[in-house]
Design a protein around this ligand. Structure first.
Ligand code: ARG
Length: 480
């Protein structure tokens, strides 16, 4: 009997060209899906039995056989052969070796096309949840640091120019809120992955009256995909988007993967921006933080070096992850419906993205957890020119229109710089010549703590507002 799923006799009797065989073989990548593939087969055997395609005894035999295949994998005893093209072929070949001819019935009405999408979706469901948990862990690290360092004030930047004083915690939580949105995106993605494709066959469906709802239930999905051919010819989807999104997931199997790669790219971009800030803050020029030795590396030539490679690696990976988003989009662009072998490389990209996002999240958690915040340096970096906005606000509180107040404050800044005086040291008479509304109480402006405390509105940098942000994120990560 044929040793390939699709035969090696007749027109295939010359054998597959060995270079093509190498190109065609995806086993080293997709063997990672062995559990999902076996789960799918167990459920499929059950509905085949319900549909009386196999008998109860045959179902029992297949089930036992599949469990042995699973043990083989789990105990690393599985032996791979040259003819095993992918995870589906190896599992079926091994099943037949164990249970004999009855194993040859398992693939009835099923195609590797619906099988592979099922495996990927099963894998993605659990993996997305893992990433959500990793992100939550990172947010918790941010929360702990933010609570601990809530009193520290440092310069906030726009254009990388000193802008206004902010709490260190406010800056850190700003990065945390990006991750909160990423978590939400992943949860939304889960809803779309949660649509069960098995029972779609190669493209036309399943002719054996299998119960797809039961299949979905057995495999833990809450929905099943709709008819595929209908979806391709349907152009009504502008008014009926959701239904057709599900159809597309089956047909154009990789929509969920595009979304996964997109969200991963965003997560990676967010981690990269944080890395960039941390790299700057860790320089001697800024000196706001000090990385732990566990996350720094040295130079083979310059003995004094203490490099933030960890952050550079995370920042660098973003390019590779974005590359995978491009990869899948370019693969899909112009791909005729339905399955084409171009799609086989999707798993490599899915695993690459998943593994590296996970690693990046863990490394960043470790870096932030272990870094030292140099409170004094943060405070010392503040300068009074950063309170020029507060001067304008002072005038506003005295009834001056903001545009005029801004103009007067700007004149003060010019005067102070022309006369090499610190903004806070300008004599009141000079200030009065610029705007008569300045009176004795102007001195109250020159406090960084007071400055940050005025930002009481939700989202601002005052102590209370930052505490509320912490409470919000705590609730978010605990809500599940
Ligand atoms: N290994 C294939 C993949 O990952 C499985 C689907 C094969 N389907 C086929 N018609 N050749 O895409």
């Amino acid at each position: 009997k044929s040793s390939k799923l699709w035969g090696d006799e007749g027109r295939f009797s010359c054998g597959l060209n060995s270079d093509l065989s190498q190109l065609n073989n995806s086993l080293q990548v997709d063997k990672r899906l062995y559990r999902e593939d076996i789960c799918g087969s167990l459920a499929y055997a059950e509905v085949l039995c319900d549909a009386e395609i196999i008998s109860s005894d045959e179902f029992k035999t297949i089930k036992e056989g599949l469990n042995i295949v699973l043990d083989d994998w789990n105990s690393h005893k599985i032996q791979l052969r040259d003819n095993d093209e992918d995870i589906h072929s190896v599992n079926e070949r091994r099943l037949i070796e164990i249970v004999g001819d009855v194993g040859r019935k398992l693939h009835t009405g099923r195609s590797r096309n619906d099988q592979v999408v099922l495996d990927m979706k099963l894998w993605m469901k659990k993996s997305v949840i893992e990433i959500v948990e990793d992100i939550k862990c990172l947010i918790k690290v941010f929360i702990r640091k933010a609570e601990d360092k809530i009193k520290v004030i440092m310069p906030g930047y726009t254009h990388l120019q000193r802008a206004q004083p902010v709490r260190f915690s406010h800056w850190l939580l700003a990065h945390g809120f990006f991750l909160e949105s990423d978590c939400d995106r992943l949860k939304q993605l889960l809803e779309r992955v949660d649509v069960m494709p098995l029972g779609s066959g190669a493209l036309a469906g399943n002719p054996f009256k299998i119960n797809r709802d039961k299949l979905a239930k057995l495999l833990g999905f809450s929905k099943i995909t709709n008819n595929s051919m209908n979806a391709v010819s349907d152009r009504d989807f502008v008014g009926n988007l959701m239904k057709n999104v599900s159809d597309l997931i089956f047909l154009n199997t990789n929509i969920f993967q595009v979304e996964f790669n997109f969200i991963a790219t965003l997560i990676s971009t967010h981690l990269s921006r944080l890395s960039e800030d941390l790299i700057l803050f860790n320089t001697k020029e800024f000196n706001f933080i000090k990385l732990s030795g566990e996350f720094a590396t040295g130079s083979s030539l310059m003995p004094q070096k203490f490099n933030p490679d960890c952050l550079e690696l995370v920042r660098g990976l973003t390019g590779g992850i974005l590359g995978q988003l491009t990869n899948i989009l370019v693969t899909l662009k112009g791909l005729p419906f339905t399955y084409n072998k171009d799609l086989q490389s999707d798993k490599q990209s899915m695993f690459f993205v998943f593994d590296n996002i996970k690693l990046s999240l863990k490394v960043i958690s470790g870096v932030v957890e272990s870094m030292e915040i140099l409170d004094e340096n943060c405070w010392n970096a503040l300068s009074y020119d950063m309170l020029a906005t507060d001067v304008a606000y002072y005038l506003v509180r005295k009834g001056v229109a903001f545009r005029d107040a801004h103009h007067s404050a700007s004149k003060l800044v010019d005067y102070a710089s022309q006369h090499c005086i610190e903004l806070c040291k300008l004599p009141l008479p000079v200030m009065k010549t610029i705007n008569e509304k300045f009176i004795d109480d102007v001195h109250d402006i020159w406090s960084f703590t007071k400055s940050v405390e005025q930002y009481q509105a939700t989202g601002g940098t005052s102590m209370e507002s930052v505490r509320n942000q912490i409470a919000y994120l705590k609730d978010y990560v605990e809500r599940g």
